[in-house]
Design a protein around this ligand. Structure first.
Ligand SMILES: NC(=O)c1ccc[n+]([C@@H]2O[C@H](COP(=O)([O-])OP(=O)(O)OC[C@H]3O[C@@H](n4cnc5c(N)ncnc54)[C@H](OP(=O)(O)O)[C@@H]3O)[C@@H](O)[C@H]2O)c1
Length: 304
């Protein structure tokens, strides 16, 4: 594949995917176009000689049509955790998770670009308890209906240097003497960002992945409280972690919605009601082994 448009490619996972593709012989000379809302936030990618960061509004159909033209594949990665409240999902989720994939499908079809890789989320479902998961499912449906050469990826929570999950708790441990936690028993099966990137890159090289949807999990399941305890210890600030009653967590999350970049929303709490774990254990596609969190997290959680 010569030309690859990576929408959402400037983020945590997108950057790992672009770096992974750029070092593979099959796509080493590919040209990656990475639209962003703010070029300054994507400087870390400009060191890649084959990556072209462009400031663009991907929600604008005309801009999207220009970006898609001449591409051999599109990787769709835009995702948000805070999309507001509403039925069937908040307006932010509708725009980023449903309308944008719809627009991408329209632009790709019009430009004759058939290959599309899309990152959704584990347990995305139209009847899921959270707007995040319902909107992710609606985005998948929109792309499936478009009749393109589609591969969908549904990761559990992703960890790795630059993550906003374990790193958040490691940073908070510096100032918080203890952690009263909503959803302390929520289940996760975290997967390393480099493993997700490798699976996406494998799929791009493997036409058997067309029509597939891959649930992606790491080797082990944890309760949220275990992960927070682990992250605080690995950061050098071990902290006591305890669960709080659901209604208290609900009020806490509601209050945090008023803080810019607050760590939790009511919708996040609803998402955690569904175990973010894989039915079929931890096998990754293409026979890839999944990397243990304990082998990676200590290498970056002590940094800050
Ligand atoms: N991280 C996880 O644990 C996890 C787990 C499961 C699924 N996922 C899914 O994986 C995908 C990538 O996640 P990530 O962790 O890499 O996210 P991220 O670091 O927050 O990156 C998000 C990307 O989307 C772009 N973006 C965000 N909001 C946008 C908007 N309103 N309009 C246009 N572009 C927007 C950002 O671009 P600019 O800021 O440069 O404009 C950035 O490139 C998402 O779809 C997410 O739902 C992530």
């Amino acid at each position: 594949m010569k030309n690859i448009l990576v929408i959402g490619g400037t983020g945590f996972l997108g950057s790992a995917i672009v770096r992974e593709l750029a070092r593979r012989p099959a796509s080493a000379d590919s040209c990656f176009t990475l639209p962003t809302r703010r070029e300054a936030g994507a400087r870390h990618l400009t060191v890649l000689p084959t990556a072209r960061v462009v400031e663009a509004d991907v929600h604008d159909p005309a801009t999207l049509a220009r970006l898609v033209k001449g591409q051999d594949a599109v990787i769709s990665l835009v995702g948000i955790l805070k999309g507001g409240e509403g039925e069937p999902y908040g307006a932010g989720f509708a725009r980023a998770h449903v309308e944008l994939p719809q627009k991408i499908a329209v632009a790709a079809k019009a430009a004759g670009v058939r290959r599309l890789l899309h990152v959704s989320a584990l347990r995305a479902a139209t009847d899921a308890p959270s707007g995040y998961l319902r909107s992710k499912a609606a985005g998948e449906e929109a792309l499936q209906a478009a009749g393109l050469d589609l591969t969908i990826f549904r990761p559990s929570v992703i960890f790795g240097r630059g993550d906003s999950f374990l790193t958040l708790f490691a940073k908070m441990a510096k100032i918080a003497p203890f952690f009263p936690l909503a959803g302390a028993d929520a289940r996760f099966q975290p997967i390393w960002v480099e493993d997700v990137a490798a699976v996406v890159a494998d799929s791009l090289e493997n036409s058997q992945s067309i029509g597939m949807a891959y649930d992606l999990c790491g080797p082990k399941q944890y309760a949220l409280a275990e992960l927070v305890r682990y992250a605080t210890a690995a950061s050098g600030h071990p902290r006591a972690v305890f669960g709080i009653p659901e209604f208290v967590g609900w009020l806490q999350a509601w209050a945090m919605e008023f803080i810019p970049n607050g760590p939790m929303t009511r919708d996040n709490i609803r998402s955690m009601r569904v175990p973010s774990v894989c039915d079929a254990g931890c096998g990754l596609p293409f026979g890839r082994p999944a990397t243990a969190l304990e082998n990676i997290a200590p290498t970056y959680l002590g940094d800050g």
